[in-house]
Design a protein around this ligand. Structure first.
Ligand SMILES: NC(=O)c1ccc[n+]([C@@H]2O[C@H](COP(=O)([O-])OP(=O)(O)OC[C@H]3O[C@@H](n4cnc5c(N)ncnc54)[C@H](O)[C@@H]3O)[C@@H](O)[C@H]2O)c1
Ligand SMILES: O=P(O)(O)OC[C@H](O)CO
Length: 415
């Protein structure tokens, strides 16, 4: 419910328009329409502009039309067809989703920014947004990955928060986008640990709460956005309480659990993609479900150990084991995710996973390969590769230094 006296509504922008970005726009737009006291009905969806021709198999392809084989701007196609024919074909978007190729215009005056971009594009997009958003905006990262530099490891929610000087939470779960777009039931986990000022609790500006610190590996500390001087949300806006954030995402087919463990949710989403690659490798060998279950078991243990080793002050182990973003996401990703499917195809065809990504995904991006490299570079810098044998095996397979057939030996505990 809006607070008494709140006059303004939150403007929401989805930053990204791929398979998950477009699905997110659909479900969020359904919710902004259903909650008119909290949110402006129109949802802007930033589209990385490209020219595409409508695929022949599309329900919108009209062989007799003069536009049939002519390249057209993706943003214009989304707005005229109410469908993203390239990244989410055959799903009708609500008319209140407006595709906008201008990132600054799409985010202008938005109080809620939902980042659903492949990891590799986050930095550039944030650079373009810096100084062009309202300073009290809040963000949610739906991107799966981590940032590693010579300074250490950082969650993507942190990267976005630091780059834009705003607070950023995280959404992650067992969420294969195409199923959610078809309104098949799934769960998700939203971690939002808002600054107390957003709940009308007058904590002094810039004071981190106990849960607002140490979201980076302490041994390689990078300054956290959570101790940055965050601007309070003006009182004319409905507070961004857990209840109101939940209303933005929860649908009858998309069940949201709100938590405060931003680090656990962000890390789960990133690390499970390495496990999914391992599952794809063993499945590609034709080894069956028992082999997949074995790498999933070891992978979940390594995810938990990674959180405990490097984010001990912020991560809750239960996030990995009890929430959709943990074990459940490992399971779904190892059954039908893109990382799993591409790793499997790479082994079956004897080609690199990058080649499979280029030839089979029609512009969609894998996040598991870059995460495996980033995590390995961090583990190596910490002298901890041996403590994470599955993550290390996946990296070595991608590098051509090990073979998928060696996975059982590589993950066997050493006495
Ligand atoms: N697809 C899913 O099922 C799913 C589910 C949960 C989370 N995620 C995560 O969401 C994030 C986004 O994935 P997605 O599935 O929406 O995207 P996608 O892989 O389907 O599509 C790639 C996107 O990148 C954009 N792009 C290409 N070049 C670009 C550039 N230079 N700058 C900016 N954008 C560019 C494309 O326009 C497209 O929107 C990823 O981190 C992914 O792991 C995906
Ligand atoms: O298709 P993937 O491998 O990018 O995984 C998609 C989602 O992360 C599953 O939750």
């Amino acid at each position: 419910m809006a607070t008494l006296g709140a006059l303004k509504k939150h403007k929401v922008t989805i930053v990204g328009s791929g398979n998950w970005g477009t699905t997110m726009s659909k479900l969020v737009a359904e919710n902004t329409k259903a909650n008119p006291t909290l949110f402006e009905e129109v949802v802007q969806m930033w589209v990385y502009e490209e020219e595409i021709t409508i695929p022949k198999e599309s329900r919108h392809y009209d062989a007799g039309s003069e536009l049939a084989n002519k390249p057209q701007k993706l943003s214009q196609l989304v707005n005229s067809l109410h469908e993203n024919v390239k990244y989410l074909p055959n799903i009708t978007l609500p008319p209140n989703v407006i595709a906008n190729p201008d990132i600054v215009d799409a985010c202008k005056n938005s109080t809620i920014l939902i980042f659903v971009l492949p990891h590799q594009f986050i930095a550039r997009v944030c650079d373009n947004l810096k100084g062009n958003i309202v300073p009290y905006a809040r963000a949610i990262s739906c991107t799966k990955g981590v940032d590693v530099s010579e300074k250490g490891i950082r969650l993507l929610s942190e990267s976005i928060g630091v780059r834009l000087s705003i607070y950023c939470g995280a959404l992650s779960g067992a969420n294969i986008a195409s199923e959610i777009a078809q309104e098949k039931y799934s769960e998700t986990t939203v971690a939002y640990d808002p600054p107390p000022l957003d709940s009308r609790n007058p904590t002094p500006k810039g004071s981190p709460t106990s849960s607002q610190v140490d979201l980076i590996a302490p041994s390689k500390a990078i300054p956290s956005s959570r101790s940055a001087r965050l601007q309070p949300l003006p009182s004319e806006y409905p507070p961004l309480s857990h209840e109101n954030v939940r209303r933005l995402f929860h649908r009858p087919y998309f069940h949201v659990r709100m938590v405060s463990d931003v680090a656990g949710v962000s890390l789960s989403g990133a690390l499970k993609n390495i496990v999914a690659l391992a599952a794809g490798f063993v499945d590609g060998l034709g080894w069956g479900d028992n082999a997949k279950a074995a790498v999933m078991r070891v992978g979940i243990l390594e995810m938990v150990a990674f959180g405990k080793s490097f984010f001990a002050d912020s991560v809750h182990t239960s996030t990995f084991t009890e929430e959709s973003c943990g074990v459940a996401d490992v399971i779904t990703s190892c059954m039908g995710g893109r990382n799993f499917r591409c790793a499997k195809m790479a082994v079956q065809r004897g080609i690199s996973i990058d080649e499979v990504e280029r030839t089979e995904l029609n512009g969609q991006k894998l996040q598991g390969t870059s995460t495996a490299y980033e995590v390995n570079s961090f583990l190596r810098s910490m002298g901890k590769e041996e403590e994470f044998p599955l993550f290390t095996a996946v990296f070595n397979i991608l590098e051509g230094k090990a073979k998928p057939e060696q996975i059982p030996d590589l993950i066997e505990p050493k006495d």
